[in-house]
Design a protein around this ligand. Structure first.
Ligand SMILES: [Zn+2]
Length: 101
């Protein structure tokens, strides 16, 4: 199996330059119950069609990116760099009251 995959940084390359890291999944809520955790760790949708996947350019620029690939034909419909999640705002530190003199 060989096809071209376009690295967002390097352009079209043979797929053997990349490492496939699976379909994109959604993290369970925190804290997950056993059913949610089992589903997250062991189960995949495994669609016959277009799915969003993680890829790593291991013999190139060594970046992680997302690709929309048709699993039936290996046609890659689009690639993009992941967008960092918004950092959660840290709680304001509590200012201790000054002791009364
Ligand atoms: Zn690259």
């Amino acid at each position: 199996m060989s096809f071209l995959l376009t690295c967002p940084n390097c352009g079209p390359r043979d797929v053997n330059e990349f490492a496939y890291a699976g379909e994109v999944t959604t993290r369970p809520s925190e804290p997950p119950d056993l059913r949610e955790l089992t589903k997250y760790v062991y189960f995949r949708r495994n669609v016959a069609g277009v799915q969003r996947e993680w890829w790593y350019h291991r013999f190139g620029c060594e970046i992680w990116f997302l690709a929309d690939r048709d699993t039936r034909t290996n046609e890659v419909l689009g690639v993009e760099l992941p967008v960092a999640a918004e950092p959660k705002a840290a709680p304001e530190p509590a200012i201790p009251d000054t002791p009364a003199v």
